[in-house]
Design a protein. Structure first.
Length: 470
């Protein structure tokens, strides 16, 4: 029984399945299937971003996020089935990608509606913590739970989805004006400087048309592609890299991969340290320096991983290198992410929302590149499903050719260099013309009238604000 659980943990965490040589499918067909298995999430993000962004505007974030959690719960309930076809798995992963496509539109909307202009970037930074917290917490916990029972992670994660949906629906409101716990003073601070979006010509048409004409916005999106290409590589392939190349055990590979996100998590939290830097210089200079330094250092580390460390098989040194890689990558948040706020102001939410498309492209590209470059005879699959294609093999049979992984790291270094150059040339810290009137930074004072707030008589804070007016 213990051996069976160990084999299941291997296949669950690393997602390994084997197609025998006697299989009738050609090598090209098999390679395409593997690419679809890995890239299905990214394809779902690309397909689902615009529809879910429109749905978010239609029903509001309160109902939107609750429905996404219920959809995730349903998908998890299907994922634990033992005997399912490969293309059924592709379909489930595609739908999972579609549900994930609502993350960035929700973060953008929440930061615009619930923060002041000076706090909008802080909301984005904290909203970005899910990238670090998910592998940091879930990987070790899931690997331990799988030893106890193979279906336990699905039940626990599904239960958390229901809990999140309930808590979110009870406590969240789409706008601070509608929340009973927000008083007039707090509301005054949040809405100071915001204009009525309904009166602005930018919101009358679809915002993507104005965004697509801005080179600064495209520089932000291209930089996000470089950033999330590294995230996609690490979150999908780092445990496999530790086990197949560095020759660590399965459990050690999982914990080593998870530990690389610790410093990234704390560097993201320590927002005030970087905040002091970009207050000392011009906005454009600060975002260009932060983004360029981050991507250049990360590209050098990718080259270092490709040329030196894999030959030594020193797991501690490689863990430190990956930790440093992700820590320096965090610095780019104060580059292209902050540029989205400076360029778009209140409409930075649309820049963040459409960034989800480029996140999907990054996951598709990295998955397909890995399947093309790593030419081992075994098929890799992500750490969600157990696919029972006979015979199932363990990760011990995976190819450990360092040269293939070196090519992948060099490719990541080239992507970072190209995206850094793009943002360095076209990136900006100055507000666009279509966003200048969306948020007035000089209006950080007491509201003297209610024209800037889309309110009704049932909203909170009206009595307190009338007292302020008197």
């Amino acid at each position: 029984m213990e051996k069976k659980n160990s084999e299941f943990t291997t296949n669950f965490v690393f997602g390994q399945f084997f197609v025998p040589h006697a299989c009738s499918v050609t090598d090209l067909q098999l390679r395409i299937e593997n690419m679809l298995l890995w890239a299905a999430n990214g394809i779902g993000m690309i397909v689902g971003t615009l529809p879910l962004a429109c749905l978010l505007q239609l029903i509001g974030g309160r109902k939107f996020f609750s429905k996404l959690n219920f959809a995730s719960f349903f998908l998890r309930s299907q994922a634990h089935l033992e005997f399912i076809e490969k293309y059924f798995i592709i379909g489930i992963r595609l739908i999972q990608g579609i549900t994930c496509a609502g993350i960035f539109p929700l973060i953008g909307t929440l930061s615009a509606n619930w923060s002041s202009l000076k706090e909008q970037f802080i909301f984005l930074v904290w909203g970005n913590l899910f990238i670090q917290a998910a592998p940091l917490i879930s990987w070790p916990v899931v690997s331990i739970m799988l030893i106890q029972h193979r279906r336990l992670p699905y039940f626990i994660c599904g239960g958390l989805n229901i809990l999140y949906a309930f808590v979110w629906f009870v406590f969240y409101r789409d706008r601070p004006q509608y929340h009973p716990w927000v008083n007039g003073l707090e509301l005054n601070k949040i809405v100071a400087g915001k204009v009525k979006v309904i009166r602005n010509r930018f919101s009358a048409n679809h915002p993507f048309a104005s965004l697509a004409k801005s080179t600064s916005v495209w520089a932000i999106w291209v930089s996000s592609f470089g950033y999330y290409s590294i995230i996609a590589l690490v979150t999908q392939f780092l445990p496999i890299y530790y086990h197949s190349v560095i020759k660590e055990s399965i459990s050690d590979s999982i914990f080593l991969a998870s530990s690389s996100f610790i410093f990234m998590f704390f560097f993201t939290i320590f927002h005030s340290l970087c905040q002091r830097f970009y207050y000392l210089c011009h906005d454009k200079t600060s975002v260009l320096v932060a983004n360029s330094v981050s991507f250049l250092v990360c590209s050098m580390m990718c080259i270092f991983l490709a040329l030196f460390l894999p030959a030594n098989n020193d797991s501690l040194s490689i863990a430190c290198c990956f930790s440093a890689l992700l820590s320096f990558l965090t610095l780019s948040i104060y580059g292209f992410y902050r540029s989205a706020i400076l360029v778009g102001r209140f409409y930075g939410q649309y820049i963040i929302a459409n960034m989800q498309i480029f996140v999907g492209f990054s996951y598709c590209f990295v998955s397909m590149a890995a399947m093309f470059i790593i030419r081992n005879k075994f098929s890799l699959f992500l750490s969600i499903f157990l696919i029972k294609f006979p015979p199932i093999r363990t990760m011990k049979e995976i190819s450990s050719d360092n040269f293939e992984w070196r090519l992948l790291f060099i490719l990541m270094a080239l992507i970072l260099l190209l995206t850094a150059a793009t943002f360095g040339i076209f990136g900006s810290g100055d507000v666009e013309e279509w966003a200048k009137d969306s948020w007035d930074p000089s209006a950080a004072r007491r509201m003297i009238n209610f024209d800037q707030i889309d309110y009704n008589n049932d909203e909170c804070g009206l009595i307190e604000m009338r007292l302020l007016k008197r």
